[in-house]
Design a protein around this ligand. Structure first.
Ligand SMILES: [Fe+2]
Length: 279
């Protein structure tokens, strides 16, 4: 636990990345995760909408429960708008996540409609707004529309672990370096006062876990209720992040982006029909 028992260590952006993996590959991921997630009290399972977020949540929840770890897994999705911009949505329960995936299917809605609250409650986080790819709001929508969106979400991702320490590797490309710098650390002055800030690892592999933040949770309050207050959370980091080999991480990220691009295209063709287990 953290020294202050009311501050819970939360990673708000994590991909189990188990789709298309064999049973033995999943078992390896499970044991690596169990060894590397102990710096957390809460892990948000934010699998991409095109990579079966319900199965990702079930996987994480079952391994944590099976090992008896005191870590809460929150059911969530990294959804995607019609424009291709991503939005994390955290649900209160697994059942709500399933309902949310029916109410807000991937690629079906504008980013504003995706962020709008409907019948299923959720907490929204705008991830990596300055990401060099068009999944980030600023790059995907342009600065003006993105800035209007900043007021319509619960949180803006103030730091993304996948970009941690990367700016110095792209100094020879100033425009790219600027976007990566603003993804690693969102410009504080652009954060609206009433909007919370969060930090997530955006890990796709257990070895990338590390960056997280501290959520104030009052006695008797649920994690979801605490998040609903939109706190501007402090960043925290485990040693693994600092020691990780950034060259390897950069290569791994490029590899995973290529695979996810293909998975996205398949999802767009078959649409939300791929959402399994819609209970
Ligand atoms: Fe992500």
């Amino acid at each position: 636990m953290t020294p202050n028992p009311h501050l819970r260590r939360i990673d708000t952006h994590f991909h189990a990345n188990i789709q298309l993996r064999s049973r033995s590959a999943r078992a390896k991921i499970a044991s690596a995760l169990l060894a590397r997630m102990r710096h957390l009290d809460i892990l948000c399972s934010t699998e991409h909408v095109y990579k079966d977020p319900l199965a990702a949540f079930d996987f994480l929840d079952s391994i944590v429960r099976g090992a008896g770890l005191p870590i809460d897994i929150l059911p969530a999705v990294e959804n995607i708008s019609r424009e291709g911009v991503e939005l994390i949505q955290i649900a209160q329960t697994r059942q709500d996540l399933a309902a949310l995936l029916r109410e807000k299917p991937g690629y079906a809605l504008t980013i504003e409609d995706l962020a709008e609250k409907g019948t299923v409650p959720f907490i929204s986080i705008l991830p990596h707004p300055y990401s060099p790819s068009k999944t980030g709001a600023v790059t995907g929508l342009g600065k003006d529309r993105a800035k209007r969106l900043f007021d319509r979400v619960d949180f803006i991702e103030a730091g993304n672990g996948a970009f941690f320490d990367l700016p110095r590797y792209v100094q020879h490309r100033p425009a790219m370096a600027e976007k990566i710098k603003n993804t690693e650390t969102f410009p504080r002055a652009e954060l609206p006062q009433s909007v919370g800030s969060s930090y997530g690892s955006d890990a796709h592999f257990p070895s990338e876990l590390g960056l997280h933040c501290l959520l104030p949770v009052r006695p008797g309050e649920t994690n979801f209720e605490a998040l609903s207050k939109r706190p501007q959370m402090e960043a925290a980091s485990s040693d693994e992040t600092i020691n990780a080999n950034k060259h390897l991480r950069l290569m791994a990220n490029l590899g995973i982006s290529g695979v996810e691009y293909l998975q996205k295209q398949v999802f767009r063709v078959v649409g939300a029909k791929t959402v399994r287990d819609p209970q």
